[in-house]
Design a protein around this ligand. Structure first.
Ligand code: GAL
Length: 416
């Protein structure tokens, strides 16, 4: 009897300990499309498996502009979520407000410094301390094509140059289909725009114009050529594109209504969720003229300072799970991206992901590895927003001359 009661109280203590340390994580993200929701669902499962409660804080709107607006109001109200999808230089901006938690204890135990490319680790740190956990590496400069549509239109494979692209687009148009599936948010316009700048001007020009925001590059003849090419692409989109979500544009390619989409490889998450196979149903190819370059977009979760001990424990477990091999594999298989954690097996990944991995490594050696400005990797949010708006104004207003477009983008780039 005595033994039994001792055992019972020991069990009670252990259980109480577990309950006390099981906390809630409220996670702000904008992953609401089919492929995205499936991917973030994997993180939820892992956290629930550890006994924690997942409070989903999804704010619809690809690219995350809506999510960032909502996040600001929550932080200003003194009620931040445990974690929020915050990326690139935006991490530094939030950290400088003093609201982010220090993740060094987790990072040390989990050996993040050894498991991450230094360029990525540096972005996750503020004044040398980890404040965010990286999830993946998305490649932005992809062009997606429906294989059956290309066949129907008599287009042999993915075009490699912009001239080849326009010849292919013309054939698709003649076949009565939509050449380019495009949606209607400024980040979608910019995703196409940065592909064009890279394809027309090359890696150094992209770096000068869109990362360094160099006025000479921004007002150069190459920028004029880029805007001319960009405008020509628009003539191959359908009139219903304004306001359309990016995943609905992807669906047009999946459903054989459109031939091409310029989009990062989260689009592959939609093809995967629809049961489509790369190389058979669809083609992933670098956007014309950009095969030797790689615009990257690293998703990450920044963690906010919390008071409650159980919530802090749940938050640390979330950070550890994000960098763990289980999550890095299953999440990225669904999301279309590749693991950010080094030395992961790519055995289960498809050819698009394998090409992405190879090109990520190769371009890092040649100077072709570049931050995506459309996805918050290159410049501070204020300048990014102003440039995005200027690019979209040009895209949406066919009456604006190319010369005026160049001027207004260059002026926006001077916003600090
Ligand atoms: C990007 C994000 C991707 C993807 C995309 C569309 O900014 O990094 O993971 O979700 O928006 O929602």
């Amino acid at each position: 009897m005595i033994k039994l009661s001792k055992l019972a109280s020991a069990v009670a203590i252990v259980l109480a300990g577990n309950v006390a340390m099981a906390g809630e994580v409220e996670v702000l993200h904008w992953w609401t499309s089919g492929g995205e929701a499936k991917s973030v669902g994997e993180l939820k499962k892992i956290m629930q498996g550890k006994g924690h409660t997942w409070k989903d804080f999804a704010v619809a709107g690809g690219g995350g502009d809506n999510a960032m607006t909502v996040l600001k109001s929550r932080v200003v109200a003194g009620n931040p979520p445990a974690a929020a999808q915050i990326k690139g230089p935006g991490i530094q901006e939030w950290a400088s407000e003093g609201v982010l938690a220090n993740l060094d204890a987790t990072a040390k135990v989990e050996k993040w410094d050894e498991l991450l490319p230094k360029v990525v680790a540096d972005v996750m740190k503020y004044k040398g301390n980890y404040v965010a956990a990286p999830v993946n590496v998305h490649r932005v400069n992809w062009m997606w094509a429906n294989a059956a549509v290309l066949k129907k239109a008599g287009v042999a494979g993915a075009p490699k140059t912009w001239d080849e692209f326009f010849a292919a687009a013309e054939k698709v148009k003649k076949a009565g289909l939509i050449p380019v599936a495009h949606g209607g948010q400024n980040w979608q316009d910019f995703t196409t725009f940065e592909d064009v700048v890279l394809g027309v001007g090359g890696a150094k020009f992209y770096q000068d114009a869109l990362v360094k925001l160099d006025q000479a590059a921004l007002t150069s003849a190459t920028m004029t050529k880029s805007l001319e090419t960009f405008r020509k692409i628009k003539s191959y989109t359908d009139p219903a594109s304004p306001g359309r979500d990016w995943n609905l544009a992807t669906a047009m390619v999946i459903q054989e209504k459109a031939a091409f989409q310029f989009m990062g490889d989260w689009a592959k998450g939609e093809f995967t969720a629809a049961g489509k196979v790369p190389g058979k149903d669809y083609i992933c190819a670098a956007a014309p003229g950009t095969a030797n370059a790689y615009t990257f977009n690293v998703d990450s979760f920044a963690m906010f300072k919390l008071k409650d001990a159980a919530a802090q424990k749940a938050q640390a477990d979330l950070a550890a799970a994000i960098m763990g091999t289980e999550f890095q594999e299953v999440f990225n298989l669904n999301k279309g991206s590749i693991p950010v954690r080094l030395n992961m097996s790519m055995a289960k990944f498809d050819d698009c992901a394998k090409l992405s991995t190879k090109d990520f490594v190769d371009t890092a050696k040649t100077g072709g590895l570049l931050p995506s400005i459309a996805h918050g990797m290159a410049v501070m949010p204020a300048a990014e927003g102003a440039i995005k708006d200027a690019v979209s104004q040009f895209w949406n207003n066919d009456k604006m001359s190319v010369a005026d477009g160049v001027k207004s983008i260059a002026k926006a780039a001077a916003t600090r």
